[in-house]
Design a protein around this ligand. Structure first.
Ligand code: NAP
Length: 362
């Protein structure tokens, strides 16, 4: 930031989408880092619908799988237009305000985008909360809508019957942000919990203290054989983040009265799979008739459908955290420059736990 007695200039660096990924997202080909100068006197001048604008200095950004889905022309979460800033949840501090809701210096939370300064209507922001005993980044991880609250909803609000003592539970992408919390929440019920991830058995068994671990990247033994070994009597409850062949293998092993919760399908988002035509179709489960055969249920959800129950989810996530029952591992990348590579790393399984970008402003 440079300043004179009358005006200041803020240098915003933002990642924009320049090309729709053809198959796999390429951080060097599909996005570009643009720099723009924002003048403190005029940068909040907008039309009358934008009377309530604030400028936020971004401090940290959440890197989530949904950002990849929004790069496609047809997307479940809405498609991002070319030349627009990549979406990202984040927090920061208000540096200029035209709004009565927020004053300069207040910490705020919202869809700030992958950039260093966000010009945003106050109604799209919330006051950032900091709870005692929690790291300041908890608002983007443990207590974030797209992470801890999604995990809580998928384990306890979505299925007709949540996991319970005696059940065998399998969580996919269980070393990732949502999956690691979902697996630990399932453990609190007394169920036996098996995690699936790529080359992360040590983390699943020794850090998350799960009862079993399956490495879907192991070339020496098939996913199916590993599942049969870890879950010899089948599976009562599945929290699925990956879809594809893994979901089929779990359908094959679902027990009578089993419950499968569809949280996402990350194996399909950046796969360039032959079944993925222009980002519109994904590989569906061919084993779905096992649901009929075993009287099992498969139910999907979007966390937004459970907003009214979020205070309960927040309370229990906080409670489990302070009692040491749920931990949140953070995988931190530094600098706005790292944002696209952090996203690519998440899609390749280069992350463990919650992927965050700590932004340094010029
Ligand atoms: N329903 C909702 O409202 C909602 C809300 C938020 C997120 N979600 C979903 O939650 C899931 C997790 O999202 P996240 O942001 O927390 O990401 P994340 O789990 O932190 O990262 C994605 C993980 O997926 C795994 N992965 C990548 N490609 C894979 C493949 N081909 N097969 C199997 N695993 C693969 C990687 O781990 P490995 O090392 O194990 O490969 C990676 O760690 C996504 O499906 C997302 O869409 C749903």
């Amino acid at each position: 930031m440079t300043s004179s007695p009358k005006t200041s200039t803020f240098t915003n660096q933002k990642w924009i989408l320049t090309k729709r990924p053809k198959d796999e997202f390429d951080p060097d080909r599909d996005v570009e880092l643009k720099t723009e100068e924002l003048d403190s006197k005029s940068c909040l001048d907008g039309n009358k619908d934008e009377q309530d604008l604030v400028l936020v200095k971004v401090e940290a950004l959440s890197v989530d799988a949904f950002i990849r889905t929004m790069m496609d022309a047809t997307a479940y979460h809405g498609s991002l237009d070319l030349e627009n800033t990549l979406p990202a949840l984040g927090y920061g501090t208000v540096v200029i305000s035209k709004s009565k809701k927020f004053r300069v210096g207040q910490p705020v939370l919202g869809m700030l985008g992958a950039q260093t300064y966000a010009r945003i209507p106050a109604k799209q922001l919330k006051r950032k909360f900091d709870l005692p005993l929690l790291p300041t980044s908890a608002s983007l991880g443990l207590l974030s809508l797209t992470t801890g609250l999604t995990a809580y909803a998928g384990i306890f609000f979505v299925p007709s019957k949540g996991p319970r003592k005696g059940d065998t539970v399998v969580v996919t992408a269980s070393a990732g942000a949502v999956g690691s919390i979902a697996a630990q929440l399932a453990k609190t019920t007394g169920a036996k919990v098996v995690g699936i991830a790529g080359n992360k058995n040590d983390y699943l068994l020794n850090e998350l203290k799960l009862d079993g671990a399956v490495n879907y990247k192991d070339k020496s033994i098939s996913l199916e054989d590993q599942l049969d070994e870890a879950c010899p009597d089948g599976v009562d409850f599945v929290f699925d983040n990956v879809g594809g062949d893994t979901l089929d293998a779990l359908l094959e092993r679902i027990r009578p009265g089993g419950r499968i919760v569809i949280c996402g399908a990350v194996s399909q988002y950046d796969s360039g799979s032959v079944n993925k035509v222009d980002g519109q179709t994904v590989q569906g489960p061919s084993n779905y008739l096992k649901l009929a055969e075993r009287g099992a249920e498969m139910r999907g959800f979007n966390v937004m459908q459970h907003m009214h129950k979020m205070p309960i989810a927040m309370f229990f996530l906080f409670w489990y955290y302070v009692r040491g029952k749920v931990r949140m591992t953070e995988h931190i990348h530094n600098g706005i420059e790292s944002f696209p590579k952090a996203l690519k790393s998440l899609l390749n399984g280069g992350n463990t736990g919650k992927t965050l970008v700590k932004v340094k402003n010029m």
